[in-house]
Design a protein around this ligand. Structure first.
Ligand code: SF4
Length: 473
């Protein structure tokens, strides 16, 4: 599979970050595209699918939008701030377009449906709008826009999974890759736009997932992250093998490709993650000891308003089960501060469940009302901005302490680390991750290790975000 060696501008994060190419594909393409991805890993993975579709049509990637014939923004609607960022970016591109009229600008992803008329007609910021299920139509839309017409396809599909498309790895470190296993979501969390922007849940053909992971492994990759909005509800009827493939079975199939291939996954819904999945993780050393289990709130009353369909007690029991079946498993979370009607007691419940769960890391946000969601239609966004902010500050402070405590318990222990590349600070040091997804930095010591190698590292110090160690010789 081609690797265009593109770099993302930020470390991977689930919300509101941009990933943009920074290197140029040297192959001889007639036209160049530039793509930035905002938001979650799913979006980043989608950009790799889009890159593959464009590549087949003769487009090569560029890291410099000023030399691009086609500029694409893969957008996220989850937070208001992400939308503001996109609008600002589009205004910048509009200025370039004034000097370079032939350049086409397109918006992909979650914002496409909601803002299509605003972007296309009212503000005239873009030429092309493509929803998450319509990427195959992008080449035709580019042609249409090239004739001066506005080109739009935001139709959602019940069965599109892009199973047959081999993504082009954007910004690849050559070691870790995302593999999309399903699309859409059937849950209706009241704060979330995903069911509206990405449509109904569909699971991708299991064999195509295993094939993609196998090819990645053969191309030198050593870690795959299986991606879906709710991976535990993965369900595929494998008629060829007369089998029903659950997420646990899929995990096992991928894990069996090679013990040298690490397997991660994201995201799990607390109501759906099963003992079968946990036992499968415990059985295979190469399935990473790490689960992203978003709690969102620690208050049962707020969880009900959020339509999360579990209680605080259910969530705590799930954490206990994980710790029982997979001792030493890392757990991370998403936390929202200041959801509609949240009281000080509800907020205390959130702090309390964070402490109970001892999260290694969390993605933490103030609640931001999104148009069209159930919460927007049913509830009043009544927690004052100042209160939201101060609650978030407390949540972040607590998480920082929990992360540091968690890292301190690793000091003096030896971990198997997969080397991902040079550390950000020094080319004399490697950066890698433990099975628990913790970042470890350690001196290279002139030993002949390389990216993609597994090494044993003794952790001897840490900060809240990083462990420091020495290679075991
Ligand atoms: S599980 Fe809930 S929060 Fe996650 S994508 Fe689905 S609706 Fe949104």
């Amino acid at each position: 599979m081609p690797d265009l060696s593109l770099n993302k501008t930020h470390d991977e994060s689930r919300q509101g970050e941009a990933f943009a190419p920074s290197a140029t594909d040297s192959s001889n393409h007639r036209r160049r595209f530039y793509i930035e991805s905002y938001g979650c890993q799913m979006n980043f993975s989608d950009s790799e699918i889009v890159a593959s579709i464009l590549n087949k049509e003769g487009f090569g990637a560029t890291g410099n939008y000023e030399e691009a014939d086609l500029v694409l923004l893969n957008t996220c609607s989850i937070r208001e701030k992400a939308e503001q960022t996109i609008r600002k970016r589009l205004t910048e591109f509009k200025k370039i377009k004034e000097k370079k009229p032939g350049m086409l600008v397109g918006v992909l992803g979650c914002m496409a449906e909601r803002l299509k008329s605003k972007f296309l007609e009212e503000e005239q910021l873009v030429d092309i709008v493509v929803g998450p299920d319509a990427y195959r139509s992008l080449p035709a839309l580019v042609e249409e826009a090239g004739t001066g017409q506005k080109a739009v396809n935001v139709l959602l599909s019940r069965d599109e999974t892009y199973a047959d498309i081999s993504p082009i790895r954007l910004d690849s470190n050559g070691v870790t890759a995302f593999v999309s296993i399903m699309r859409g979501c059937n849950n209706m969390c009241s704060f979330c736009v995903v069911p509206f922007t990405r449509g109904r849940e569909r699971s991708r053909d299991a064999s195509s997932i295993v094939k993609e992971c196998y090819e990645l492994f053969n191309n030198g990759f050593r870690e795959v992250t299986l991606l879906g909005q709710n991976v535990d509800s993965y369900y595929f009827i494998d008629e060829a093998n007369d089998d029903i493939v659950t997420f646990a079975k899929l995990l096992e199939r991928v894990a069996l490709i090679s013990p040298l291939l690490r397997v991660r996954f994201s995201t799990s819904h607390p109501k759906d993650i099963t003992d079968e999945v946990l036992h499968t993780m415990a059985k295979h050393e190469n399935i990473c000891r790490y689960i992203h289990l978003p709690v969102q709130s620690g208050s049962t009353r707020i969880l009900q308003l959020m339509n999360r369909t579990y209680t605080r007690e259910w969530y705590k029991a799930k954490v206990d089960r994980i710790r029982e079946i997979i001792p030493g498993c890392g757990i991370s979370s998403d936390v929202i501060a200041g959801f509609c009607t949240e009281t000080e007691d509800d907020h205390r419940d959130t702090l309390n469940i964070m402490q109970y769960s001892r999260y290694d890391m969390s993605y933490m946000f103030v609640y931001s009302e999104r148009p069209g969601t159930l919460a927007q239609r049913r509830y009043i966004d009544d927690v004052p901005a100042e209160t939201k902010k101060s609650r978030l500050t407390e949540i972040v402070k607590l998480q920082n302490r929990l992360s540091l405590e968690s890292n301190r318990t690793d000091v003096g222990k030896i971990f198997k680390v997969l080397i991902e590349g040079d550390s950000k600070r020094s080319s004399q040091d490697w950066m890698g991750r433990t099975s628990q997804n913790k970042v470890v930095v350690f001196p290279k010591k002139n030993l002949n290790h390389k990216k993609g190698d597994y090494v044993m590292v003794e952790v001897n110090d840490c900060t809240q975000a990083t462990s420091l160690g020495e290679l075991e010789e």
